[in-house]
Design a protein around this ligand. Structure first.
Ligand code: XMP
Length: 516
């Protein structure tokens, strides 16, 4: 394992992903973890991330010098680089030599482990206020910039390396190469970590955790729950029961993909609860977005818990239903401060005549994986592309893509329009270019149009294609006009009561991705 020490910016996750892209397993630890504890994990190498602090600021995160004397190869980036410099006797000061963004780096690579095979002049991503003016004793300076005399250094003998820039950022042209040079040449690691290893390891862990008991998994139609379920199914087979709540707010064919394709691919035992009528009844007359979300959330929990209770009741004597499978991913784990993954959750239900609380232990087989790795695991487990490559879709489904009251007719109409948009985007090969494309029905708006010989008075459909890295921010996708034209023509021709298609050209912020 390569440990990535997180100094409190968003960089650590990106570094961990890049290390894994180099086929070396990595994990993130907070910089507040005592060095003793880091070393006790027996890391093959350690990477120190960037961070927002100045090494001289009061209360700035530090590391015990021992980390550099333990013999474990260490690579410091940005803040990590400056910390390595000051801890080992180099000089870092606030020279006013700030650099932000793309910066030309001058490399003197003779004998350099990190930069070998890369150009003498390369573009890197910088983000720093302080600068290193003298490397620690025994270190060779391997790069500089126009304003920073020491922009990279290394001490091959002690296996210590540092760069002022951010090699993990895409804009550092040779960043991945520099990182791989550290891993393979500096630390002597071999690229052997694969999603196949992950599957074998998780299958063994799940078997050990669950034993002969039973587990339940809620399928949402999304990637994470599907892959988690498939992995647990591989491990414990018929001891797993999946529950799929059909709330009637899914897109066209999505329920069938879960009911048929997913079951066919995994052989999982699936309980489908058809709750469309219940959801529609609960949503009748409601058009406030927050209220709709609350109703959908509340009904979902009730239906799911009812299903759990039924599964428990159906289980044979001595079959303890003790586990709940969840598709928690690594970013959620890191952002919620780590944890061991053995938490219990209590599910308070309201079905008469049964115990007040259902208590489950969680099984979270994806809690060490990033999203793209989850997709690879899903692929390796033989799940269909329609599920594995699916774009994000909100839990409340089309319920929050109808601006206005949700009714069966409106849902059917939106399903048709959405299916056309998805079909055309796929046909144009754009699925990987866009993050997602909500299709929204403005049910309370009508506009005048003309079709055939007659006047129409129909609803607009909004297309909301966005590009994004993580859904926190987004930009509207510049889709080719001919693709937009095709979608527009087909929707107005094929979907009754829709006579206008409009394009949302708002970034996030200020607009959210969804309309409600
Ligand atoms: P917004 O609209 O907040 O959406 O920009 C950000 C991302 O989250 C998705 N989304 C949801 N996902 N349950 C979910 O599982 C929800 O209630 C929900 N609301 C929004 C949205 O599709 C986008 O990817």
């Amino acid at each position: 394992t390569v440990l990535v020490v997180d100094f409190g910016a968003q960089y650590a996750q990106l570094i961990a992903r890049r290390v894994r892209e180099a086929r070396v397993y990595s994990e993130i630890v907070p910089s507040t973890m005592p060095v003793q504890e880091m070393l006790a994990k027996n890391p093959a190498a350690i990477i120190l991330s960037g961070g927002p602090s100045s090494v001289y600021a009061e209360g700035a995160p530090r590391l015990d010098r021992e980390i550099f004397e333990s013999g474990v190869p260490v690579f410091g980036m940005c803040y990590g680089f400056q910390l390595m410099a000051t801890t080992l006797g180099g000089t870092v000061d606030n020279t006013g030599a700030r650099e932000y963004g793309r910066t030309p780096l001058h490399v003197s690579k003779s004998g350099s482990t990190l930069f070998e095979g890369t150009p003498d002049e390369q573009s890197v991503w910088m983000s720093h206020g302080d600068a290193c003016s003298a490397a620690p004793e025994g270190f060779t300076v391997t790069a500089s910039t126009d304003v920073v005399p020491v922009a990279a250094f290394e001490n091959d003998e002690q296996k210590l390396y540092g760069v002022q820039h951010h090699p993990e950022v895409m804009h550092s042209t040779y960043g991945q190469q520099v990182l791989e040079h550290f891993l393979y040449r500096g630390a002597g690691l071999t690229p052997s970590w694969t999603t196949g290893n992950v599957i074998d390891e998780q299958v063994a862990l799940i078997r050990e955790q669950v034993g002969t008991k039973r587990a339940i998994c809620g399928l949402s139609g999304g990637v994470d729950s599907a892959v988690a379920a498939a992995l647990v199914q591989k491990a414990i087979g018929s001891q797993l029961t999946c529950v799929y709540v059909d709330h009637g707010l899914m897109r066209k064919d999505e329920t069938e993909q879960v009911e048929k394709d997913f079951v066919a691919a995994t052989g999982v035992q699936l309980k489908v609860v058809d709750a469309e009528e219940r959801f529609l009844a609960a949503l009748a007359g409601v058009s406030d977005p927050e209220e709709k979300r609350k109703i959908i959330g509340r009904e979902f929990i009730r239906v799911f818990e009812q299903a759990q209770v039924e599964i428990i009741a159906e289980a044979a004597e001595g079959e303890d239903v003790a586990f709940l499978v969840q598709g928690t991913l690594y970013p959620d784990v890191v952002e919620s401060g780590g944890g061991t993954g053995t938490a219990n959750i209590k599910s308070h239900h309201n079905v008469g005549g049964l115990p007040e609380d259902l208590e489950f232990e969680l099984v979270e087989p994806l809690r060490k994986l990033f999203k793209d790795e989850v997709r690879m695991v899903g692929q390796e487990l033989g799940l269909p592309d329609e599920i594995v490559q699916r774009q994000p879709f909100p839990g409340p489904g089309l319920g929050i893509r109808i601006v206005g009251e949700v009714t069966k007719d409106r849902l059917d109409l939106l399903r048709e329009a959405d299916a056309i948009a998805r079909e055309e985007l796929t046909a144009a090969g754009l699925d990987r270019d866009i993050w997602q494309c909500p299709v929204v029905l403005l049910a309370d708006v009508r506009s005048v149009g003309v079709q055939g010989d007659g006047r129409t008075y129909g609803h607009p459909i909004v297309l909301r294609p966005v590009s994004s890295e993580d859904a926190m921010t987004a930009d509207w996708s510049r889709l080719p006009y001919d693709v937009l034209a095709k979608i527009s023509t087909r929707i107005t021709n094929e979907v009754a009561d829709v006579n206008r298609v409009v394009l949302d050209v708002t970034s996030k912020p200020p607009g959210t991705i969804e309309w409600e």
